[in-house]
Design a protein around this ligand. Sequence first.
Ligand code: C5P
Length: 212
Amino acid sequence: MIITVDGPAAAGKGELTQRLAAHFGYARLDTGKLYRAVGLKVLGAGGDPEDEAAAVEAARALTGDDLEAPGLRSEDAALSASKVAAIPAVRDVLLEFQRGFAAAPPGGAEGAVFDGRDTGTVVIPDAPAKLFLTASPEVRATRRVKQLQEQGTEAIYGRVLQELKERDARDTSRKVAPLKPAEDALVIDPSHLDADAVYAAALEFISAKAPD
Ligand code: C5P
C-alpha cells in the first residue's frame, strides 16, 4: 500500500504523513529531504545549485549521512533544493531511489507514506491513495513562523512569506514534475481545519480507497 501526500511547503504534510505512517505501521519517506540534501551537498562543495553537472554529481553521490546533515531544515537548504529540483537529470536520479523505497519499504513495512511535491503525479502515479494539502502562502507562512518559534528559531514573517512564494513559483512553473494535485487526489485546504480534522479526513479517504 502506498499513500502519497503532496503539496507546497508548510501546508502540514510532515505532521500528517508522520501520523499516517504511525497509524498504519508504514515506512515514511520525506522526499523533500532528498532534494535538500542534494542542494546542501552542492553548496558545501562550493558549487552552484543551478549547475546541472554539479547537481547531478551530488545526487549520484548522496549518502545516508547527507540525509542527516545539520542545516537540512535551513532556508539555504530549501532554496537550493528548489533549484536542483528543477533539473530533470537530478529528478531522474532521485526517482530511482524513491521507486525502490516504494517497492521494498525499509524495515519490512507493508506500505509506505510519501511526503513530497510530485509523488502522486510522477513518482508513484498508480498509488491507491493520494492526498494534496494546500493553503494560501499567507496561511502557510504564519504556520511556518509558529513552528520555527516553537523550535526557538527567530523568524520574520515577511521573509518567510517571500521564501515560500519564491519556492512555490519555482516548484509550480518548472517544466518537469511541476507541483500540482494528481487528478485522483483528495485536495484538503487546512486553513480552517485543525491537524486532527485533516488527519480524520485523510483516514476516511484512505479507508475508502483501500478497504481491508
Ligand atoms: O518539502 P521540502 O520543503 O523539504 O522540499 C524542498 C524542495 O524540494 C521543494 O521546494 C521542491 O523544490 C523540492 N521537492 C521536489 N519534489 C519533491 C519534494 C521536494 O521538487 N517530491
